[in-house]
Design a protein around this ligand. Structure first.
Ligand code: THU
Length: 133
């Protein structure tokens, strides 16, 4: 699958964003090596901390179905903002554990696309190895 097609899938996911507080809509599409695609959208809550970001929604959906980091091919994250948005800090931490460091991450707002990876977005990561005392 081409990156443009995965980005399209992320825009389809964005239609399901529940963002009554920020009115900022985000969608994600996670492509697995067997061709399966998991979608995610941001889901907000009146208690703002209860909000779940689109990319976490997608990666948690994949893990919930038994997929793991070595089975993940690429991740697209899109938003309806004026500029291309990169994952928030919490999502970077989560992605650093749940996808491979060099897995392509496509970021787009429909006008511009940036290709990155979690190793690029989050250098000097905290991981399970740091829990070893
Ligand atoms: N949001 C995401 O879904 N992904 C990100 O990486 C950045 C932020 C959502 C959370 C919230 O619903 C809205 O965007 C504004 O922060």
């Amino acid at each position: 699958m081409q990156k443009e097609d995965l980005i399209k899938e992320a825009f389809i996911a964005m239609d399901n964003a529940y963002a009554p507080y920020s009115n900022y809509h985000v969608g994600a599409a996670l492509l697995c090596k067997d061709g399966r695609i998991f979608h995610g959208a941001n889901v907000e809550n009146a208690s703002f901390g209860g909000t779940n970001c689109a990319e976490r929604s997608a990666v948690f959906a994949a893990y919930s179905e038994g997929y793991r980091k070595d089975t993940i091919e690429a991740l697209a994250i899109v938003s309806d903002g004026n500029r291309v948005a990169a994952p928030c800090g919490i999502c970077r931490q989560v992605l650093s554990e749940l996808i491979c460091g060099d897995t392509p991450i496509y970021l787009s707002n429909g006008k511009e696309t940036v290709i990155s990876s979690i190793d690029e977005l989050l250098p000097f990561q905290f991981s399970e190895e740091d829990l070893d005392k």
